[in-house]
Design a protein around this ligand. Structure first.
Ligand code: PNS
Length: 172
C-alpha cells in the first residue's frame, strides 16, 4: 500500500491545492493531507478551519484523509507510514523554495521521497497568499478557492465579521 503526504499551510485551501489533491489521490492508495499546526506563525484561518475546509472538499474522496501535524514533516511521514511527499509547483520561484526544503527532508530521512506535480494550466497564479490579499481589500475569493468554500472564505474578508458564514463540518 503506497501512502503519500501532501503537506502545507492551506491558509486557505485553493483551487490549485484541490487540483493537486485530486491528481495525487489517483496516484496513491492513500493520500494524507498534512495541515501544518505552527503556533509561532499567524494564520488567517485557524487550524480547525483549515482542517475543516479541506475535509469539506475531500469528503467524497475515499482514499484521502486530513490531519493536522506539528514538528518535522519527516517524523509525521514516519508516524503515518508514508514514504512520499507531494508538493505542487507553479513556477521557478516555487522551485527555489522547494528544492532546499526537499534537500533538508532527504538529509533527515532517506526513506522519504519528494515528488512535485506541476500546476495545471489556469492555476499558476492561484495561491493562498493571493487569496488573503484579495480578502484584505474586501473582494471575493471566487475563482480562487473551491466553490462551496467561497461564502465561508469571503466571511473572513475586510468588512465581514469573521466566521459569519458557518462551514459545515465533515468529519473523517
Ligand atoms: O504551504 P506551505 O506553507 O508552503 O507548506 C510548508 C510546509 C508545511 C511543507 C513546511 O513548512 C514543513 O514541512 N514544515 C514542517 C517542519 C519541517 O519539517 N521542516 C523541515 C523542512 S525545511
Amino acid at each position: 500500500m503506497k501512502t503519500a503526504i501532501y503537506p502545507g499551510s492551506f491558509d486557505p485551501v485553493t483551487l490549485g491545492h484541490f487540483d493537486i489533491i485530486k491528481r495525487a489521490s489517483g496516484l496513491f492508495d492513500c493520500l494524507i493531507i498534512g495541515v501544518l499546526r505552527n503556533s509561532s506563525k499567524s494564520y488567517l484561518f485557524s487550524e480547525e478551519e483549515r482542517v475543516n475546509m479541506l475535509r469539506s472538499v475531500t469528503g467524497d474522496m475515499a482514499n484521502v484523509q486530513v490531519c493536522a501535524f506539528d514538528g518535522l514533516l519527516v517524523d509525521f511521514c514516519q508516524e503515518m507510514h508514508a514514504d512520499v511527499v507531494i508538493r505542487g509547483l507553479r513556477s521557478a520561484g516555487d522551485m527555489e523554495y522547494e528544492l532546499p526544503m526537499a534537500a533538508v527532508n532527504r538529509k533527515l530521512s532517506e526513506k522519504v521521497e519528494t515528488i512535485w506535480l506541476s500546476a495545471s494550466p489556469g492555476y499558476a497564479a492561484v495561491s493562498s497568499s493571493a487569496v488573503r490579499e484579495i480578502l484584505s481589500y474586501g473582494r471575493s475569493a471566487e475563482g480562487f478557492v473551491p466553490e462551496k468554500l467561497v461564502p465561508f472564505v469571503d466571511g473572513k474578508g475586510a468588512g465581514n465579521a469573521a466566521g459569519k458564514e458557518k462551514l459545515t463540518l465533515i468529519s473523517g
